[in-house]
Write a protein that binds this ligand. Sequence first.
Ligand code: PLP
Length: 358
Amino acid sequence: MQISVTRNPSPQAAPEGPFGFGQFFTPHMFVADWKDGVWRDPRIIPYGPFMLDPACKVLHYGQEIFEGMKAYHNQADDSVHIFRPDMNLERFHRSCDRMCMPRIESDLFMRGLEMLIDLDRDRVPESPDSMYLRPTMIASQRGLGVRASTEYIFFIIIGPVGSYFSGGVNPLKLRVEETYVRSAHGGTGFAKTGGNYSAALLPIKQAQDAGYDNIIWLDAKEMKYVEEMGAMNIMFVYEDRVITSKAGDTILHGVTRDSVGVLLKDMGITWEEKAPAIAQVIEDAHSGKLKEVFACGTAAVVTPVGTIHYQGSDHRVGDGGEGTLTRKLRDLLTGIHAGNSPHHPEWLHKVPSYPETR
Ligand SMILES: Cc1ncc(COP(=O)(O)O)c(C=O)c1O
């Protein structure tokens, strides 16, 4: 399917860093519409607001999914690469299925993404900053009533984001969430859908008001086992292995989580996918068996966790600073992102040049 390109006649000047996160967008966006059972009119147009009917399904029933991924500039040859887009595409398909939305053709998703990045290529910042990519699908059919929409809008917006570490590496202070739960078996935990995040706003705000950076979710059934964080997966480093929750139907299967798992196996370190019991984690933090804890996700790559609050007390992990393995994994991943590493070149997908965007 042909993607049409309409250039922005009056693009705003490119912003200067520091970019922070989610504050700036490039002058263009990709849009396609689902109507009468097919994706129609894929187009790149100037970035701008949508006209939505106040009775459209997404506004009432939250039928919405999205992805979060990044493209990086490679200084050596001035190319731009997307990090493991195949993984995000697969997850987007899984989110579509769970939220009763039509899948978008993989080719259309990829070409829309590539052409949009290509058109705004000169706005991809130098590493370690990056271009954040946000493919999204919303239910646009007008009409109340709890039924899947018959119409959808798929769109992609992109924008420069800063490195999470520009102010230095600050170990996270996390609070175990002991009242609210994120997801249960049979729910939508593995889908990247807005409702999972809106339900998390209150506990995250409460934790932040109490001086913590974020929360650790426990399983909904027993509230005993660690699941993940607000927008990151979490891993526990022991002498002889690294443990993280299983990628079942209650957690988001992070692309960074998977990448870290592969890198650990490359290093000959055992990577165990088995939800750790929070009481054991705390006991091991005190005995010293637990060496390091880190969070991982597209935004913060690999970030140390220095403190865990559970049952009324703060518990320090290691010396409260960054552990050796955490540092090593972050350096490995950021090296791969920037194109400076011999490891896993297959994880970088080069953005081609399209004649339509020249
Ligand atoms: C709930 C949740 N868990 C984990 C992650 C980490 O996933 P990824 O590594 O694909 O960014 C994210 C970020 O997208 C998230 O929102």
